[in-house]
Write a protein that binds this ligand. Structure first.
Ligand code: NAP
Length: 329
């Protein structure tokens, strides 16, 4: 198997796309975050012909995280973009093909899986679903209207625009607290608004946030509306205990209200829980034979880069076993 040394992400030519459509891959991986890239590394290293399909650039949500402190092997932490670039390089070292395209439909025909993307159709003997999760919207007036004009879901991408400004972070989980702390590097003040009176985030991050003089907290409160003229200017808030309505001036709002699985294209094909997370067993096998799930898309108790990596490795090895039992590979 030839090694690919050019690590740049290159879009396939029409000819390559055609070749891809004719080939039946041993494994097709949907999604290029930590779970997908690890599955790709393990599948490639097992000499399985492997295609990874990613709708954007490989790296997933982890690539937009400023600093990852709890991925083992990197004392002092590592930037999410660096870590994910290393994972991509390592997968490519084992001959994995990385293609662009958002999978919108999955069909099975005579034991062969057909994956439809906006770029064409790819065929595989097994599929590893690693399409992750996306940010949950608050669903309040102004959120969509001011997206990119003060409303953001990515502090690493947009934080630097808020030097010396008043910024609001919504949510009380790890993302809200860690990204809020990151924003204190730029903003004059970061106000975290949480719907309860206790954070959900890990205790060490909470301690750092409470000790940071640039951070303020508004408890038991939800955002009812995001308002402005050309850009965000203020928020209408509601205290959920007293019902009191107030306004807060803000130049930017960073929303971290949790995640939703990217599993719409799997409706009716694999078993899911009521929130749309894919149910899989300890080998990452879903209810559809030959289809495995890994990472944030799965119903699981801990969604971290470290657990996504474990899922990816397990799914690839399970796919290899499935192939050797059914396809003599
Ligand atoms: P999360 O843990 O689900 O937290 C979402 C937060 O948003 C919660 O505090 C929730 O409030 C609040 N929320 C949900 N819907 C809301 C709404 N409509 N209006 C207002 N607030 C709302 O999500 P996350 O922080 O994005 O983290 C996702 C996963 O990634 C978690 O498993 C997390 O541990 C992991 N993660 C880990 C790290 C790390 O280890 N360094 C960093 C980032 C993320 P309630 O608390 O009341 O439910």
């Amino acid at each position: 198997m030839s090694k690919i040394t050019d690590l740049e992400f290159v879009l396939p030519s029409g000819e390559e796309e055609k070749k891809r459509e004719d080939q039946v891959y041993d494994v097709i991986i949907v999604g290029g975050g930590p779970a997908g890239l690890t599955a790709a590394l393990y599948a490639g290293r097992s000499l399985l012909s492997t295609l990874l399909l990613e709708k954007m650039l490989p790296g997933g949500q982890a690539a937009t995280t400023d600093r990852i402190e709890n991925y083992p092997g990197f004392p002092g932490g590592i930037s999410g973009a660096d870590l994910m670039q290393r994972m991509e390089e390592q997968a490519r070292e084992f001959g994995v093909e990385i293609g662009s395209g958002e999978v919108t439909r999955l069909e099975v025909d005579n034991g062969i899986f057909k994956l439809y993307t906006d770029e064409g159709i790819s065929l595989g003997r097994t599929v590893i679903l690693a399409s992750g999760a996306r940010e949950r919207k608050l669903g309040v007036p102004g959120e969509e209207e001011y997206r990119g004009r003060g409303v953001s879901y990515c502090a690493t991408c947009d934080g630097a625009f808020y030097k010396g400004k008043q910024v609001v972070v919504v949510g009380g989980g790890d993302s809200a607290v860690e990204e809020g702390l990151y924003l204190t590097r730029f903003a004059g003040k970061v106000t975290l608004i949480h719907r309860r009176d206790q954070l959900r985030a890990v205790k060490t991050a909470q301690e750092r946030a409470f000790a940071n003089p640039k951070m303020a907290f508004v408890w038991d409160t939800v955002v009812e509306e995001i308002m402005g003229t050309r850009m965000v200017e203020n928020l209408r808030l509601k205290n959920v205990k007293t019902g009191q309505i107030s306004e807060l001036a803000a130049d930017g709002v960073f929303i971290y209200a949790g995640m939703e699985p990217n599993s719409e294209f799997l409706q009716g094909l694999v078993e899911m829980d009521s929130s749309g997370y894919v149910i899989s067993d300890e080998n990452m096998a879903t209810s559809l034979p030959g289809v495995f799930a890994a990472g944030d898309l799965r119903k699981k108790s801990l969604r971290q880069v470290s657990t996504a990596v474990g899922d990816g490795a397990t799914a690839a090895m399970a796919a290899e076993r499935y192939l050797s039992e059914r396809h003599n590979r």
